[in-house]
Design a protein around this ligand. Structure first.
Ligand code: ADP
Length: 490
């Protein structure tokens, strides 16, 4: 089985099995050399005349040039959205609106493979994840909200259904197309129009979505997709003719946005960072729990705001859980995200990789014991070995701060009350996981853990019907399900 090599307080876990490569073909991915801004149903050159590169984080090769929208472009996009709202979309019968949303859902399904390949090339996540999780969920979100479009009166009985107007939507790089779907689908279903900005490192699938929207004959201006970095996002947030801001991203930027909209009439939903506790009791199904922990933090490179990054294990099963986790960690395949065997792909950007390395150094300095998979990392691209830390104090920065990488801290506990207190001792409150055979324990913990989403005997399960969102510094407002519709209505 696995062999361990110890150096200082780092243990490298080796598991030497070679798999034949199983790469996904890039043939389905049609990427243009450059992309303009999608405003009022057309692709337009940016007023800024500026473009930036988007690269493949697994190879560092350039994939395309992306237009950088400035305040003039943002203004144009907001005007187009306002015009479409006033003259077309808010006047259209709901059942007609639904037909467009269904059409977009079907077109995404038809081109699912192309979307999955581009998501992986541009973002670095394993093709297995983008093919089996991200893109099917994207289509499901559009289908789900298309279904509600002409039934809003049933969703909110005895209420007057009134849309908000123009929504400015700003999304991150961890689930690029899925976050676009979470934002656009409920906004359209409720009769709003949209200006959406993807993250600067992962604009491509949103721009491919713009192509589909153009082909779907959605009235011009109902969805505008503009690209750029923080300054473009800030121009959206500060535009006076926007009625609603929906943001998913870091807590730091969330706070900036909250300050910017204070005192305005803009409605806001913020989905920010997390530091989720994943809790294993001694009566849990052990192998299932270990696999759930691995899935909760390592698949997808830990690039998930709800990642189960703090593991709490009841003392009596600590040894067996740690042994099984180390064995499983040593078998994880890190590397080419386009390979169907790959478990952990590329870190999204060099900046993010450097940030994760910073935390690994902090862990070493704090004297934590570190276990790493000892696989050979590709020479080019941004990769990090999956890492476990034990001997972790509650005050450790690794247990307190969001790392957004494949890094897990492990702590122990004896009683329910102790683990509830430790799990809640964080500024965040997005999600948590509980592993136990006892329903009563699950109910006890779900009522006492301060987290928006709690999974029991599973982890990272998503469904369009289920609301998602946080407490405390993890933000406010809910996306998904009926709650997600409510966020776009007066
Ligand atoms: P992450 O750590 O996930 O990259 P960020 O919060 O930095 O999170 O980025 C999330 C999104 O917010 C991206 O689309 C980014 O361009 C945008 N953004 C960054 N700074 C600002 C800002 N000051 N105002 C509005 N949007 C911003």
């Amino acid at each position: 089985m696995s062999k361990a090599v110890k150096k200082n307080n780092t243990v490298k876990l080796d598991f030497n099995i070679e798999y034949a490569p199983a790469p996904e073909s890039k043939a389905s991915a049609k990427i243009q050399p450059s992309y303009d801004l999608f405003i009022n149903g057309k692709f337009e050159k940016p007023a800024s005349k500026k473009y930036f590169d988007t690269i493949n984080p697994a190879t560092e090769e350039k994939l395309s040039s992306i237009a950088e929208a400035n305040a003039t472009d943002v203004n144009k996009a907001v005007k187009a959205a306002r015009n479409a709202y006033d003259n077309t979309w808010s006047k259209m019968p709901a059942k007609e609106r639904a037909k467009y949303i269904y059409r977009i859902a079907r077109m995404i399904q038809e081109r699912a493979r192309e979307f999955a390949v581009i998501e992986t090339l541009d973002g670095g996540k394993p093709i297995r994840e983008s093919r089996d999780i991200d893109i099917p969920l994207v289509a499901n979100h559009f289908f789900y909200y298309a279904g509600w479009t002409d039934k809003l009166a049933y969703a909110f009985p005895n209420k007057k259904i009134q849309s908000l107007g123009v929504a400015g939507q700003i999304i991150p790089w961890n689930f690029p197309l899925l976050m676009a779907a979470w934002k656009i689908a409920p906004a359209l279903a409720t009769g709003n129009t949209v200006v959406l900005k993807p993250a600067e490192t992962t604009s491509l699938t949103a721009l491919k979505l713009a192509e589909i929207i153009q082909e779907s004959d959605l009235p011009p201006g109902v969805v505008n997709i503009i690209t750029g970095a923080g300054a473009t996002g800030a121009a959206i947030v500060n535009h006076p003719d926007i009625n609603k801001i929906a943001f998913t991203g870091s807590t730091d930027v969330g706070k900036i946005i909250q300050r910017a909209v204070a005192g305005t009439n803009k409605k806001v939903t913020l989905e920010l960072g997390g530091k989720a506790a994943n809790i294993i009791f001694d009566d849990a199904p052990i192998d299932q729990a270990v696999e759930g922990v691995i899935n909760g933090i390592f698949f997808n490179q830990g690039h998930v705001c709800c990642a189960g990054s703090r593991l709490f294990v009841q003392e009596s099963v600590y040894d067996i859980i740690l042994k099984k986790l180390k064995d499983r960690l040593s078998t994880l395949i890190v590397g080419n995200p386009m390979d169907k065997n790959t478990d952990i792909g590329a870190i999204n950007s060099k900046q993010q990789m450097d940030n994760i390395h910073k935390y690994l150094r902090i862990g070493e300095k704090e004297g934590l014991e570190m276990y790493q998979n000892n696989c050979v990392l590709p020479k080019k691209g941004f990769f990090i070995r999956p890492t476990l830390f034990t001997n972790v104090a509650q005050s450790s920065r690794l247990a307190q701060e969001e790392i957004f990488g494949p890094v897990l801290t492990i702590q122990t506990f004896r009683t329910d009350d102790e683990v509830i207190e430790k799990a809640n001792n964080t500024p965040f409150g997005l999600s948590a996981g509980v592993w136990t055979d006892k329903g009563s324990k699950i109910f006890n913990l779900t009522t006492k853990l301060r987290a928006g989403v709690i999974w029991a005997n599973t982890y990272n399960k998503f469904d369009p019907t289920s609301p998602f969102g946080g407490y405390k510094e993890s933000g406010y407002g809910r996306e998904g399900g009926l709650h997600g519709l409510g966020a776009y209505l007066k």
